[in-house]
Design a protein around this ligand. Structure first.
Ligand code: NAD
Length: 477
């Protein structure tokens, strides 16, 4: 049975509750993990708090070197990490390798920024007086991560947190703790000192809530659902903790009639079906100009038909199962609601039959035409492989309908017309807009949502600000 990783070693939980990690492709038990209690969270926060002064005192360049060396060591185990990720999360091995690779790239990106941490200097505030803006780490950071991208979503927090001198306690999702625990072990072996990065697996209401409520935790970096994000913010208010909230999304993609349709269709297909549709910034609503709608729909249906579904470890599989039975049940309910209200199923809309599909949580890539505006797929986040498609008369209608969502994470437009691209970039209510591009997130650019998709940024040099506070110093000489 796997245990929590605290202060540089695996240790027993104080409780006896267990988490069952199951393979989404078969439903079989992979491993059990001891579920962290509030006392375990307290022990992990204690270790992180004790490690904080020494880590803060370490030269910034040395912190960066340690993270780079640790990342290099973890990279030697990329294949092992990817296989573990596929087993517990369900994604195809090809995607798992990409994810672990991206996680390590992000950590390395922040390792490289360690030498560039800067404060400020203001001369001549008064006669013989100057000011200095100090930038200091916050202390212990709690990182709460969901199951869809367990490693990259952790790296987005861990990288900027530790290069700026903070220490971290992470709480992975109940169903995906294994890769995170192994990563913590590898990073420690590679040179991250004991106590700087700790992992307590556990349930949200017990371990997650205890981390958010802990008085020594100075900041919570949360990625997950909007509902739990709101609870997290309310609980963090008790100690006026800082929060960054990376929450749900319902990203629109607009395909204009002048777009490169082949590329646009490929992007919509990858955008929706990557990770079996379980991405915060997946393409969740498609708006197509009427003039090209028939062609786009035909091409998309052709793509969906070619998506080979299967267990993530099988050869040439392009789409794995959903992560858990309840997630499949939810997407089935959302599709049924759309169909009941008059949407036409253009492709999919059911579970695939026969071996190997009978045991795991598989669902076909699904295309839905014109669900009504009050249907669940239009209003809610769809976290699975179902794409609603609407025909629109032009750009104004597309933007208006794209913005008619409580969410505002990502958005995309396909056009060759600079004016249309500029108008969309200006008016789409989202933290990211891709023009003629797929939903790729770059370490160099800040990422984060608006409206009910949360606030605060990950990635970019901007992320460093979310793990530091400024202190002003006035010196009279
Ligand atoms: P979730 O909110 O149920 O769980 C996320 C994490 O929060 C898990 O680790 C969970 O154990 C923990 N948690 C649950 N209850 C808690 C509580 N009371 N206190 C503290 N922690 C608690 O989310 P989910 O359904 O597992 O994940 C999918 C959601 O995450 C989707 O809405 C998706 O869009 C969102 N997401 C957002 C981003 C982003 O960057 N904006 C990225 C990936 C996923």
């Amino acid at each position: 049975m796997r245990q929590m990783f605290v202060d540089g070693r695996f240790c027993e939980s104080s409780g006896s509750d267990q988490l069952e990690v199951r393979d989404p492709a078969t439903g079989e038990l992979v491993e059990t993990v001891l579920a962290g209690t509030a006392a375990d969270v307290d022990a992990a926060v204690g270790a992180a708090h004790a490690a904080f002064p020494g880590w803060w005192d370490t030269a910034a360049a040395r912190r960066g070197e340690a993270l780079h060396e640790a990342t290099t060591h973890a990279r030697d185990h990329l294949e092992e990490l990817a296989r573990q990720l596929t087993q517990e999360q369900g994604k195809p091995l090809r995607e798992a390798r990409l994810e672990v690779g991206r996680c390590l790239e992000t950590l390395d990106h922040y390792a490289g920024l360690a030498k560039n941490l800067r404060g400020g200097y203001v001369p001549n505030l008064d006669e013989g007086t100057y000011g200095v803006v100090l930038r200091r780490p916050l202390g212990v950071v709690g990182a709460i991560v969901p199951w869809n991208f367990p490693t990259t979503l952790l790296a987005n927090k861990l990288g900027p947190a530790i290069v700026t001198g903070n220490t971290v306690v992470a709480k992975p999702a109940e169903t995906t703790p294994l890769t995170t625990l192994r990563l913590a072990e590898l990073l420690h072996e590679g040179g991250i000192p004991a106590g700087v990065f700790n992992v307590v697996p556990g349930t949200g209401p017990v371990a997650g809530a205890a981390l958010v409520a802990h008085p020594l935790v100075r900041k919570i970096a949360f990625t997950g659902s909007t509902a739990v994000g709101k609870q997290t913010m309310a609980s963090a208010a008790e100690h006026l903790k800082r929060v960054t909230l990376e929450l749900g999304g319902s990203d629109p993609m607009i395909i204009c009639d002048d777009a490169d349709l082949d590329r646009a269709v490929s992007a919509a297909s990858v955008g929706r079906f990557f990770n079996c549709g379980q991405a915060c910034l997946a393409t969740k609503r498609l708006f197509v100009f009427e003039r090209v709608a028939e062609e786009v729909i035909d091409k998309l249906a052709g793509k969906a038909a070619k998506l080979r579904i299967g267990p993530g470890t099988a050869d040439r599989v392009l789409m794995g199962p959903l992560h858990a039975e309840r997630h499949r049940a939810r997407i089935e309910e959302q599709v049924a609601d759309a169909v009941d209200r008059g949407a036409k199923v253009l492709h999919g809309g059911a579970r695939p039959r026969g071996e190997p599909y009978d045991r795991g949580w598989f669902y076909e890539p699904t295309l839905l035409l014109e669900p009504p505006a009050d249907s669940r797929v239009a209003l809610e986040e769809t976290f699975g492989p179902a794409l609603p498609i609407w025909r629109v008369a032009g750009l104004d209608e597309a933007i208006e309908r794209a913005n008619a969502s409580p969410y505002g994470l990502g958005s995309a437009i396909w056009t060759r017309d600079l004016h249309r691209a500029s108008v969309a970039a200006e008016r789409l209510e989202a933290g990211y807009t891709w023009v003629n591009s797929v939903n790729k997130v770059y370490d160099e650019l800040p990422f984060g949502g608006v409206k009910q998709s949360g606030f605060g940024k990950e990635h970019g040099v901007e992320a460093l600000d979310y793990y530091q506070e400024t202190k002003s110093l006035v010196v009279k000489h």
